[in-house]
Design a protein around this ligand. Structure first.
Ligand code: ADP
Ligand code: MG
Length: 340
């Protein structure tokens, strides 16, 4: 059993600047498994950006083109569990042998191996064997190899042998096409402005983007409500809020821009109009306060500014809070909204 999910294909993995490298490399690997320099192919990126989808798509496409090849998809977690079971049953050699005869091995979420020295060790041997025999290895991870913690050096260096391709957060156009494709496949019609609204407000996670659309459809059909911008607003708000344990920078920008009755694009724009600059500085201040993101990452998500700008914003907000009564009220109001 290959464990591949045929619903995850290249066809329904929409291409954009954010994923072009990873998607193209995946296609190249699928055309010539083991026969490109992308071995291993390591796809990395944040939660919900399509790593699992792409990993399956590669396997599905290979199975399609080379039915005789054995392709196996497995999560690193399941791989670890199997290994532990094999050890318990004294089957370590059988376990290794099973994996060494696979043509294409796809392991999802290899960050899970961190700290698991036994599993890393066995994977190291399997990897070497497959690689030496021209077999293809595809890996996914939530981090780039350089940022991986508690993975043995010799394994990390293997990860870097081939190609590491990042899945980045999709831009607006790509988000819109992902939504349209999903609606089309589900046979659902939705007004353009609603699709735009959802795509505009949910930026950092494709799973959430799809989730918001799914609950919008469900809400409207179960409650026999028309799909309106207002309904979309309610759902997006709940969605962005409920699905994150930590307040997200997207959510902060949305709350701050709603508070000042502007949209997120305005807040992020290059303008020097005072009230917009202040709104932007507040968003940066709250992002620093409520998330673990670095100054650089906050800056890049709030209108592509650098870390010095974010630092300056935080200081400005601190100063104004102690000198300007009206400004202090802004900070208090927004803090309340963010803390519900
Ligand atoms: P990850 O493994 O990175 O957390 P997934 O592969 O599970 O993310 O993707 C989350 C959801 O988003 C899936 O339903 C997937 O089909 C969808 N998705 C992600 N990227 C794209 C894309 N470029 N085109 C279409 N759907 C996508
Ligand atoms: Mg995944």
């Amino acid at each position: 059993e290959s464990q591949l999910n045929p619903n995850y294909s290249f066809d329904n993995f929409l291409e954009g600047d954010s994923n072009r490298l990873a998607r193209s490399a995946g296609l190249a690997v699928a055309n010539k498994p083991g026969g490109t320099s992308f071995n291993p192919l390591l796809i990395f990126g944040g939660v919900g950006l399509g790593k699992t989808h792409l990993a399956h798509a590669i396997g599905v496409d290979i199975k399609d083109k080379y039915p005789e090849k054995t392709v196996l998809y497995i999560s690193a977690e399941k791989f670890t569990q199997q290994y532990i079971d094999a050890i318990k049953k004294n089957n370590r050699n059988d376990f290794i042998h099973f994996y060494q005869i696979i043509d294409v091995l796809i392991i999802d979420d290899v960050q899970f191996l961190s700290g698991k020295t036994g599993t890393q060790d066995v994977f190291f041997h399997i990897f070497n064997h497959l690689h030496q025999n021209g077999k293809q290895v595809v890996l996914t991870s939530d981090k780039a190899p350089v940022d991986m913690q508690d993975i043995e050096q010799r394994l990390l260096s293997r990860f870097k042998w081939g190609l590491s391709a990042e899945l980045q957060t999709p831009d607006f156009e790509t988000r819109v096409s992902i939504l349209k494709n999903k609606l089309y496949r589900d046979g659902v019609e939705m007004p353009e402005d609603i699709i735009d609204y959802v795509a505009k407000n949910i930026k950092s996670n494709v799973r959430e983007l799809e989730g918001a659309i799914i609950s919008l459809i469900a809400q409207s059909s179960f409650n026999k409500k028309e799909i309106t911008i207002d309904l979309a607003r309610v759902i997006v708000e709940k969605f962005v809020k409920n699905t994150k344990r930590e307040v997200s920078i997207d959510y902060i920008q949305k709350v701050v821009s709603d508070y000042f009755q502007m949209d997120v694009d305005t807040l992020q724009s290059k303008t020097r109009k005072r009230h917009i600059v202040q709104a932007r500085q507040l968003a940066m201040f709250f992002a620093k306060k409520f998330t673990k993101a670095s100054l650089a990452s906050i800056g890049s998500q709030i209108g592509k500014r650098d870390h010095a700008t974010v630092l300056h914003a935080c200081k400005t907000v601190d100063n104004l809070t102690s000198t300007d009564k009206q400004f202090r009220k802004y900070v208090e109001d927004i803090t309340k909204k963010l803390s519900v």
